[in-house]
Design a protein. Structure first.
Length: 280
């Protein structure tokens, strides 16, 4: 979605590993030199000996500044994901709530359109905010105002602040969608933390390492799925509506059988005894 050329990413990695040093010829001129030729810029603009990487190179050849680049990224991202989110918000009602959709189609159509615009704006803001925050850090503030070390701006501060800023775009989404995003992001964050904690003694190229990692992932997935299925049979209200609707459709026969068995297991109700002691 960000449309960032892999050669720019590789240049950032080499800046961090000190294989790319501003103001010096480190023998990797072709990395961004050829990239500059591909986007219509002079080869010399991509040389490390020339100094900091110009914003025009970072922007993919767009010459009108950081602000225009951010707006361009926003509009492209919005247009690219709009149809995708239209399907995301429109297909569940078509599949599971068709009667309600037909009965209240003007209101339902407006609701689907508003949700689509909101989600598209979220992802477009996510993309454009990380680009513009990096530009602010490495150029507008860090370089032009503070005169900070460019290597530090490019290899750490720019990506760090950009990643922090783009996460704030999540507040554009509604509360339910924010919860779904959290469920998607938290496992990845835990993976990153665990990878840093165990890397010193785990990543040593031993043959059993990938098998252990795969087994642990399988166990985690099985435990998570078992928890969801158990909630579906015992108390479906504990499951999110989107997941509940899909599983109810996939497991409709099993859920009916479970409900019927539960009713059969219940003891028959007995009438209360009638007190005849005061009867005339």
């Amino acid at each position: 979605m960000a449309e960032m050329d892999v050669r720019l990413l590789e240049a950032l990695r080499k800046i961090r590993s000190r294989e790319w040093i501003y103001g010096e010829d480190t023998g990797i001129n072709d990395l961004l030199g050829n990239y500059c030729l591909d986007i219509g810029l002079p080869y010399e603009m991509g040389l490390p000996s020339r100094g900091r990487i110009p914003c025009t190179v970072v922007h993919g050849g767009q010459p009108w500044g950081c602000e225009v680049n951010a707006l361009t990224r926003f509009s492209k991202g919005f247009a690219k994901v709009f149809f995708l989110y239209l399907m995301v918000h429109g297909m569940p009602p078509l599949m599971f709530k068709r009667q309600k959709l037909c009965a209240e189609w003007p209101g339902s159509a407006v609701h689907i359109l508003k949700s689509t615009v909101r989600s598209s704006a979220f992802l477009a803001t996510f993309i454009s905010s990380i680009w513009y925050t990096i530009c602010l850090t490495r150029t507008r503030v860090g370089h032009q105002v503070l005169g900070a070390d460019q290597t530090r701006l490019d290899d750490t501060l720019g990506p760090l602040l950009g990643s922090m800023a783009c996460g704030l775009s999540l507040f554009i989404e509604n509360g339910r969608r924010r919860g779904e995003m959290a469920l998607y992001v938290v496992p990845r964050a835990l993976f990153s933390v665990m990878d840093r904690l165990v890397a010193p003694w785990y990543h040593k190229g031993r043959t059993w390492e990938p098998h252990v990692a795969e087994a642990l992932e399988t166990i985690a997935f099985a435990a998570s799925m078992a928890t969801i299925l158990d909630a579906m049979f015992k108390d479906k209200t504990q499951v999110r509506s989107s997941v509940r609707g899909l599983l109810s459709w996939l497991m409709k026969d099993e859920l009916k059988q479970h409900a019927a068995a539960a009713n059969d297991d219940q003891p028959p109700s007995t009438p209360l005894p009638i007190d005849t002691s005061i009867a005339p």
